[in-house]
Design a protein around this ligand. Structure first.
Ligand code: Z5A
Length: 217
């Protein structure tokens, strides 16, 4: 039996963490066995890599080092969490996956797209999402929400400190992936009330899940 792999993508503050948690809870209430996870940091090794990636000490991370650490996190995440859960027939929901690499390291940092595709394929070991939900939001609103959530005491991380122009390129990168793969990547307008978005996401996911893995009785 194989499970069903869903990813959430989008810019900083677009609502991924909120909707991953909401969807996981709704699907569990429907009887599905759900694993909710994230990148970077979905494993113990990944958590160490996340700390380095988000809060580098000493010299800033080189672009290539940032990319390879993201991919190391992914390879570990797939082998330790995603692949076993899918083989066990579970629904896996990941907050970020391969498209974040295309958007951030590709459009954001300027690394060649074809190289990223090859490296992503290597890191994923063939496990690609069947459905990706791209929460689309303006950079200004995403950063406003992220700043509000962070509050005055927490420090900004390596990515949050990037320019508005960088986050704008990342947003365009995500939209380019959605345009290239409209069957897999569904764009959801995130500038709407939370409950309305959650309902739309649940309805969309259930249409994909029902034929694939009938709702447990
Ligand atoms: N990264 C990369 O470069 N390459 C890669 O391959 C991968 C990742 C996998 C991880 O940071 C960083 O790693 C990320 C890209 C890079 N950096 N950036 N930027 P992270 O995991 O710490 O942060 P994040 O992924 O950007 O997520 P976030 O900032 O935590 O935002 P979010 O999860 O999308 O949003 P949220 O926490 O659910 O919502 C933010 C706030 O808005 C919160 O208070 C909500 O209650 C509120 N919210 C959410 N939806 C709404 C609506 N609809 N209305 C009003 N308010 C809302």
């Amino acid at each position: 039996m194989t499970g069903f792999f869903i990813t959430f993508e989008g810019i900083e503050g677009c609502g991924k963490s909120t909707h991953v948690a909401a969807l996981a809870q709704s699907l569990r209430e429907c009887g599905y066995d759900v694993v909710a996870t994230r990148e970077p940091g979905g494993t113990a090794t990944g958590q160490t890599l996340r700390n380095i990636l988000l809060h580098p000490t000493g010299a800033p991370l080189a672009t290539g080092a940032e990319l390879l650490l993201m991919l190391a996190d992914r390879a570990q995440h797939v082998e330790e969490v995603i692949a076993p859960a899918l083989r066990a027939g579970k629904v896996v929901i990941s907050d970020r996956f391969v498209d974040s690499t295309l958007a951030y390291q590709g459009h954001g940092r300027g690394i060649e797209h074809d190289l990223l595709l090859r490296l992503n394929t290597f890191a994923c070991g063939g496990y690609m999402p069947a459905l990706t939900i791209l929460l689309d939001l303006s950079v200004e609103e995403g950063l406003r929400r992220a700043n509000k959530r962070r509050g005055a005491t927490e420090t900004v991380d390596h990515f949050e400190a990037e320019s508005t122009a960088f986050h704008g390129r990342v947003r365009q990168g995500f939209l380019a992936v959605a345009q290239a793969e409209p069957q897999r990547v569904r764009v959801i307008d995130s500038l709407r009330p939370l409950a309305e978005i959650s309902q739309e996401i649940l309805a969309l996911v259930l249409t994909h899940l029902t034929p694939h893995a009938p709702r447990p009785t």
